[in-house]
Design a binder for this molecule. Structure first.
Ligand code: NAD
Length: 475
């Protein structure tokens, strides 16, 4: 397969060029390196129509067969991992090893999702009547993915939507469309025409998809701001919506941790994928007892990390993915400098090509500072010392977001008790960012609506149907 050019959409099982083209930039160079198709309104209508035509047969296909299709897709991804991951690095910026991990994780997610069955609940079984509640597919799902984990986040929707018997129109971010388009090419021969369609387009295409009367459900991952627009736009046709949105995840680090053993994990909790992770630690509350040693350990570890082009050997952190995000992150650093905050490391933005930002750690900024209150989504971390755990819990919970959090302690029981008091959809103890196809993932408050993954997430791609059978005993 050619991973350098010939990027086309998949509509009704066929390769389709765009009505126009979109430039795709390599964030390590800041230069355009490929053209993606730009979908027209008519092409979107074609994709939705194809998905609607394919729906009855796919919904009627036994789940065992749908399962087999998903496993074949999971295998095919792995067979193409080298080409896909190199392309992912070029468009997203992440180091090649991380791009490979993303594809492996997405493949495993598909495979694990394929292992689910749809539950049938017996409500009543008497001589006169049986009542069963089962799950039926919704119809055509419109799936919208962001640019930080293009393949993984697309597959979080692709797998459950298809296993449950829906058909799909998938829209990756126009900033990172290429690896998803190639994945479409790989999957094209493995699934019936129209069951999945992949379109890419400029800013209009997302709203066209979410308001389209031929789409029955929208599954969206992206920012809270866009999530609100999606929900509004889905309201007119009463589409089902699942929204996985932004976060400002706190970590609470207790005074009993072994700093040497934990510093590296805490570093990656915040800086994995350059902090461009919805569930990255974005505020780190550190008990005063370990504040000084942890500061030193994080700064020392940061100095050992190579930031550079993700395609170069040894790079651990690539560039920020796009110019707008780069400017936002640089703006937050400038604000921290202007306010006179203590930058322990980083902060100096090198001139030159590419959207590179050094790992930046800010010590003890005020709780109401921008870097504490806003979702930075970049390689900057505020360290926030605390003396009293009650104070730390209160500050951790004082956010409009509620995506995830973590608690770090040698005392597991105490850490679990604290975790249960954090107001977020997921709380990890002594790790972060562990996700599984078997666990529900969701945002509380402004971090989302609905659930993704696990059986709860799978069932969001279904409608409930209760079938009641009355038996007349006289007959
Ligand atoms: P974004 O909201 O700008 O874009 C996400 C997607 O929505 C893109 O495909 C974009 O083209 C599309 N889009 C833009 N406007 C639209 C509209 N009006 N209608 C429909 N679609 C539209 O988000 P982003 O900048 O790509 O991603 C970063 C954000 O995503 C961060 O806030 C991050 O926390 C969040 N995120 C959340 C999760 C999660 O699971 N909760 C996972 C990853 C990222």
């Amino acid at each position: 397969m050619n991973y350098d050019s010939a990027f086309v959409m998949t509509i009704d099982g066929m390769p389709v060029s765009g009505a126009g083209t979109l430039d795709v930039v390599n964030p390590a160079t800041g230069a355009v390196f490929a053209q993606a198709p730009d979908c027209s309104r008519t092409q979107l209508d074609d994709a939705v129509a194809a998905a609607r035509r394919a729906f009855p047969a796919w919904a009627a296909t036994p789940i065992e067969d749908r399962r087999a299709h998903l496993i074949a897709a999971a295998d095919a991804m792995l067979a193409h991992i080298d080409g896909l991951s190199q392309l992912l690095t070029r468009e997203q910026g992440k180091p090649h090893a991380d791009a490979q991990l993303e594809i492996q994780a997405a493949s495993m997610f598909l495979r694990n999702t394929a292992s689910f069955d749809l539950p049938v609940r017996i409500n009543e079984r008497t001589a006169e009547r049986t009542s069963e509640t089962r799950r039926v597919p919704i119809g055509v799902v419109g799936a919208i993915a962001p640019w930080n984990f293009p393949i993984m986040l697309a597959m979080l929707k692709f797998g459950p939507a298809l296993l449950t018997g829906n058909t799909l129109v998938l829209k990756p971010s126009p900033l990172t469309p290429l690896s998803t388009l190639k994945l479409g090419e790989i999957f094209r021969d493995l699934l019936p025409a129209g069951v999945f369609n992949i379109i890419v387009g400029s800013d209009d295409v997302g709203p066209w998809l979410t308001e389209h009367p031929g789409i029955d459900k929208v599954s969206f991952t992206g920012s809270t701001q866009t999530g609100r627009r999606v929900m509004r736009s889905a309201a007119d046709t009463l589409k089902r919506v699942t929204l996985e949105l932004g976060g400002n995840d706190p970590a609470i680090v207790l005074g009993d941790i072994d700093v040497d053993a934990m510093a590296e994990k805490l570093f990656w909790a915040a800086f994995r994928n350059n902090g461009q992770v919805c569930i990255a630690t974005k505020r780190m509350y550190v008990h005063r007892d370990v504040h000084e040693p942890l500061k030193k350990a994080l700064v020392a570890y940061a100095s050992s990390i190579k930031v550079g082009d993700g395609s170069e050997q040894g790079t651990r952190l690539g560039p920020v993915q796009n110019r707008a995000q780069y400017e936002r992150v640089v703006g937050l650093i400038d604000d921290a400098k202007k306010q006179g905050y203590d930058l322990l490391t980083g902060g100096d933005i090198a001139s030159g090509p590419g959207y590179f930002v050094p790992v930046t750690i800010i010590d003890n900024p005020p709780e109401n500072s921008r870097i504490v209150q806003e979702e930075q989504f970049g390689p900057i971390l505020p360290l926030l010392p605390f003396d009293d755990i009650e104070d730390a819990i209160e500050r951790a919970n004082a956010s409009e977001y509620g995506l995830a959090a973590s608690v770090w302690s040698a005392d597991e029981e105490q850490a679990i008790a604290i975790a249960q008091r954090i107001k977020s959809g997921t709380v990890w103890v002594n790790e972060t960012q562990y996700l599984s196809a078997f666990s529900a993932f969701c945002g509380h408050r402004q971090s989302g609506v609905g659930i993704e993954s696990g059986e709860d997430g799978l069932l969001e791609y279904t409608l409930t149907q209760t079938v009641v059978v009355k038996r007349d005993r006289a007959r």
